[in-house]
Design a protein around this ligand. Structure first.
Ligand SMILES: CC/C=C\CC/C=C/CC(=O)SCCNC(=O)CCNC(=O)[C@H](O)C(C)(C)COP(=O)(O)OP(=O)(O)OC[C@H]1O[C@@H](n2cnc3c(N)ncnc32)[C@H](O)[C@@H]1OP(=O)(O)O
Length: 324
């Protein structure tokens, strides 16, 4: 598996390890609704906009839709960069759909985990330059999605004095707060992104970082004020799906677009080769342990104590939402 050819295939968007890929080449039935895909061949930029209300949480179908959409865009040789964004202005992704983990179906649970592993393999190993436009919260696997991209831009949120309007997004791997732990490959992504000591602290405590802190530890690469820009890049409007067309002047999306343009101008073979230098070993290590990882996950999640914590967590989420 870990031959030079297999490595090159992985990063050129051609998979040499399809055995676990749930989506193969047929579109998941709801792919178009869950992830909206738009492309602009002139600029070489595409946009994948997550659209699974209320929180873009990652269900089996959402994971499949992400992989399918990414693969479809990758297959277009004119596209070099992709922006990952959300139709929800306050939530990038709430991480795994927790309802997948509570009282799970024995057949679905391993398929669900495989689909998440595939998102990691496909997104972290994409031949495309990937830019995460993090407009709102990105806890747990939401943070993982962002970390799997090449560049992360985060909105500072709405720091309005009016408490009702105030909204400060956070990002981080908060799994321990739920009584679970991030899987090794996800935890290692944090180590690779923010360094050993910061990651050790953040993983143990399940820290969710507000934008400024996330920037200072390198969890995101840039933060932008929550505002409209006067003279943004007008070409962005061609890329936006109808659901968020009105956000063409959004400073976060403008910044993500500028970064995607910068990447699109780098000769792709050089950009892809440099990405392999930093990522291939990590991906192949995960692939080698994929089945073991799935077994460990299923065994862990179905433990009584873990189920108890997760059930209580889902209840608390629902109660919080009901009180709004
Ligand atoms: C060995 C390895 C073993 C295990 C590894 C397992 C790995 C897990 C990684 C994960 O990703 S676990 C998931 C962790 N995610 C979270 O803890 C986030 C939970 N959500 C929130 O904290 C908040 O919802 C938010 C900060 C994202 C947004 O807050 P807010 O804007 O105030 O919205 P609401 O809280 O009112 O939520 C709206 C709506 O969405 C539902 N929801 C939120 N998150 C999830 C989720 N992760 N899964 C499913 N559903 C979610 C929430 O219940 C509300 O739904 P209603 O229908 O009640 O409105």
């Amino acid at each position: 598996m870990n031959t030079p050819r297999a490595r090159a295939m992985l990063f050129m968007g051609r998979r040499s390890h399809q055995s676990h890929a749930p989506h193969k080449h047929s579109p998941p039935a709801v792919a178009n609704d869950l992830v909206i895909s738009t492309v602009d061949e002139n600029s070489g930029i595409a946009m994948l906009t997550m659209n699974r209300p209320p929180a873009n949480s990652l269900s089996l179908e959402m994971n499949e839709a992400l992989c399918y959409s990414l693969k479809t865009v990758e297959a277009n040789p004119k596209i070099q960069s992709v922006i990952l964004s959300s139709t929800n202005p306050k939530i990038f992704s709430a991480g795994l759909d927790i309802t997948e983990l509570v009282a799970p179906d024995n057949d679905r649970l391993p398929r669900f985990w495989n689909s998440l592993q595939q998102v990691y393999i496909d997104l972290y190993g994409s031949r495309l330059a990937t830019v995460a436009a993090i407009q709102g919260h990105a806890p747990a696997a939401g943070c993982f999605l962002a970390m799997s991209c090449d560049y992360r831009v985060m909105s500072e949120g709405d720091t309005n004095n009016d408490i009702k309007k105030k909204h400060v997004p956070t990002i981080g791997l908060n799994e321990t707060q739920l009584g679970i732990a991030a899987p090794p490959w996800m935890g290692q992504l944090l180590v690779r992104t923010i360094g050993f000591r910061q990651a050790e602290l953040a993983l143990a405590l399940g820290t969710l970082f507000p934008p400024e802190q996330a920037l200072s530890i390198g969890l995101v690469d840039d933060i932008v004020p929550h505002q409209q820009v006067e003279s943004g890049d007008h070409k962005l409007v061609d890329l936006l799906p109808s659901q968020i067309k009105d956000q063409a002047q959004n400073s976060l999306l403008q910044k993500a677009y500028t970064q995607a343009q910068i990447y699109a101008k780098i000769p792709p073979q050089a950009r892809v080769a440099s990405k392999m230098v930093t990522r291939e070993e990590h991906i192949f290590r995960m692939i080698a342990k994929r089945d073991e990882d799935t077994q460990h996950f299923c065994g862990f999640v179905t433990q009584k104590a873990v189920q108890k914590n997760l059930t209580a967590y889902v209840e608390a989420l629902k109660n919080k939402s009901a009180k709004k």
